[in-house]
Design a protein around this ligand. Structure first.
Ligand SMILES: NC(=O)c1ccc[n+]([C@@H]2O[C@H](COP(=O)([O-])OP(=O)(O)OC[C@H]3O[C@@H](n4cnc5c(N)ncnc54)[C@H](O)[C@@H]3O)[C@@H](O)[C@H]2O)c1
Length: 438
């Protein structure tokens, strides 16, 4: 499992070739432009710009086209020109070339490519770079008046999260839609089961446990002409300032489901244990390879997240919810096993409905909202889940019990203040009990 674009524990790392072809098959059946929705525009196209043209960004562009027959991919931005070329080629080859309209003058490269892309006449921007850049890009996208699809997580540190929160709020004020890549929120079985849990079907929720146990993500060996910046960007999953560590970058999906079961209630404190027994080589940066984070709520109830990225170990990506009236079992990859078992004599409930591709449903939600003039906004849960993930990481790094109040006082900004090719500070792995909360 060394390909970063493959799917550890089946958990949606980008879009693999098989998923891509399935998406493309759907695309092939769609009309080019649907003359509906009562739009006042000269045409009914929605022009999409993609920032971050890697595995997930390219997948998201395909999902956007599958979701809405009027979507065209209009502009792209990346740090590396070959990523743009590869993304265009994949979309043309696997999706619908008549809707991939990324003219050469709308292919932007470099750290200011974001600004150039946002200055075009796109309607919607997809943000799919490493998350370290997300707060700045969210701010810029909203300032430029674009509707947003933003991949998760939304930040890697608390000051960044506050900026992202402000951008989500500003989007609401400007009537711009903002949908997040917390994709399980758009999965029908999960919507059904968490909807029931939120409606009180399991009574009071007193515990939850979510797992994200998978293999390590891939690395790229350093080339002689690479600066530190290029080396870290090519291995971004393994550098805290870019990824936020595995609990923030990857297991935030599972933290989000813990958060969902508690209806977005803010935990009062967190104890977390983590480390890295299995990370070797400079490519593996400063991130840990396992965490156990215990979130405690005002009523004493607890949510527990365990995550790891270790080779040759058992994988798991499931959720368990305990309430006063029964238990919930959620397996996103096997919806037929997703069920509620009651202790008050009611028969077991299990999901029997359709299971459309959640990656397309999230884009349908976005584009329908835009066409309806309904500025949907995922800001509340996407930011709470991002912050809870940062809380679990920082509690482990420092070895301290962190309250929410403590967390929100953090002033630590990860990453360099200047984005440019060149040297970066020495990489330091945090040590619990020694690393200070900042
Ligand atoms: N929702 C999901 O299931 C899911 C799955 C996979 C990845 N993701 C998220 O999607 C994002 C991208 O992940 P990926 O797997 O596609 O990574 P990737 O490395 O395949 O793609 C990232 C792309 O962003 C480009 N990039 C980096 N910094 C940039 C910058 N400052 N400006 C412009 N381009 C920049 C890179 O060159 C690369 O092409 C991450 O936030 C990740 O957590 C979400």
């Amino acid at each position: 499992m060394n390909d970063p674009n493959s799917t550890p524990a089946g958990a949606g790392r980008g879009v693999d070739r098989r998923d891509f072809v399935r998406t493309a098959a759907v695309l092939g059946t769609l009309p080019l432009v649907a003359p509906v929705w009562g739009s006042t525009r000269a045409d009914d196209r929605l022009k999409v710009g993609l920032i971050g043209c890697g595995g997930r960004g390219t997948g998201a562009a395909a999902n956007a086209m599958a979701a809405d027959p009027g979507v065209v991919i209009w502009a792209m931005a990346d740090l590396f020109p070959e990523r743009i070329e590869r993304s265009v080629n994949q979309l043309v080859e696997n999706a619908d070339e008549t809707r991939v309209l990324v003219a050469p003058e709308r292919r932007f490269v470099g750290f200011d490519a974001v600004d150039q892309l946002l200055a075009t006449d796109i309607d919607v921007v997809i943000l799919a770079t490493p998350p370290g850049f997300r707060p700045l890009q969210l701010e810029k996208a909203v300032a430029a008046g674009k509707h947003v699809f933003t991949e998760k997580p939304m930040a890697v540190d608390v000051p960044g999260a506050k900026r992202a929160m402000a951008a989500a709020k500003a989007a609401k004020e400007k009537n711009l839609a903002m949908v997040s890549g917390f994709c399980w929120r758009y999965s029908k079985p999960e919507q059904a089961i968490y909807g029931r849990i939120n409606d009180g079907d399991l009574g009071d929720i007193y515990a939850g446990h979510s797992t994200y146990h998978s293999g390590p993500l891939g690395t790229q060996a350093r080339k002689a002409d690479w600066s530190d910046m290029e080396f870290q960007l090519k291995n971004w999953w393994h550098f805290n300032w870019l990824a936020g560590d595995i609990i923030v970058e990857q297991a935030c999906h599972s933290v989000d489901k813990l958060n969902w079961a508690k209806n977005n209630e803010t935990p009062v404190k967190c104890v977390s244990i983590g480390g890295r027994g299995n990370r070797e080589g400079d490519e593996r940066g400063d991130v840990y390879d396992h965490f156990t984070a215990i979130y405690e709520y005002a009523d004493g109830s607890r949510n527990i997240l365990t995550c790891r990225q270790q080779a040759n170990c058992s994988n798991d990506n499931t959720d368990w919810v305990a309430g006063s009236k029964g238990l919930g079992f959620i397996n996103g990859w096997a919806p037929s096993r997703t069920r509620l078992e009651y202790n008050d004599g009611r028969p077991t409930w299990s999901y029997k409905g359709p299971t459309p591709n959640m990656y397309e449903v999230e884009h349908q939600h976005l584009f329908q909202a835009i066409r309806d003039g309904n500025p949907v906004n995922d800001g509340d849960f996407m930011m709470q889940s991002t912050l809870m993930s940062i809380m679990g990481r920082d509690a482990a790094y420092t070895g301290q019990t962190l309250t929410w109040e403590d967390l929100m006082k953090s002033e630590q900004v990860l990453g360099p203040s200047n984005l440019e090719w060149g040297p970066l500070p020495e990489v330091v792995v945090p040590v619990p009990g020694r690393t200070r909360f900042a």
